[in-house]
Design a protein around this ligand. Structure first.
Ligand SMILES: *[C@@H]1O[C@H](CO)[C@@H](O)[C@H](O)[C@H]1NC(C)=O
Length: 165
């Protein structure tokens, strides 16, 4: 039997501690949102917000409310990319929209994942990538607004400051 190389053990140890206590190993975020308004309204709000924050304009005073790029959009699924303004890290984001209560309500499953595989700590960037769109488009004020997530589902969610990240 071959001895296990030392770096493998180190990787395993780092991986295990990240997975156990600090949330996902790869920087990412998954959030469930519930709204008491139709998915079509949620869809239109999100797409128009992504398009509003296409350029650098929203980030001249800092923050991350810029450089979103719509990849594809249908009323059931929106895909986009977000690039951080200075380091140019790219995160993939998507929203899956499912109607319920006879189309009066909308359940949104959102994901953001860093393309950089070694991004383990993200200061909540992946959470803010998707939360900022919900907040910016006014959906946090929508009837029946409810959010379900955790530090386990979202890297560094509880310490995220979405004004900065
Ligand atoms: C987030 O960061 C901004 C800008 O640095 C700061 O003004 C604000 O107080 C911070 N919010 C929290 C909750 O730490």
């Amino acid at each position: 039997m071959h001895p296990v190389p030392c770096f493998v053990l180190v990787l395993l140890a780092v991986g295990a501690s990240e997975f156990c206590c600090a949330g996902p190993l790869h920087a990412q975020c998954k959030v469930e949102w519930y709204f008491g308004i139709p998915c079509r309204v949620v869809y239109e709000s999100l797409v128009s917000q992504i398009n509003k924050w296409r350029t650098m304009a929203g980030c001249t005073m800092g923050g991350q409310k810029c450089l979103y790029k719509l990849q594809s959009a249908s009323v059931h699924f929106i895909a986009a990319k977000h690039t951080t303004p200075f380091q140019r890290y790219v995160d993939d984001i998507n929203f899956r929209l499912v109607s319920y209560h006879f189309f009066t309500s909308c359940h949104v499953s959102a994901m953001s994942i860093s393309e950089t595989w070694y991004a383990i700590k993200d200061h909540g960037t992946n959470y803010c990538n998707i939360y900022n769109l919900i907040e910016g488009s006014g959906l946090t004020e929508a009837r029946g607004y409810n959010e379900v997530t955790s530090d386990f589902l979202c890297t560094q969610r509880s310490s995220a400051n979405c004004t900065v990240y």
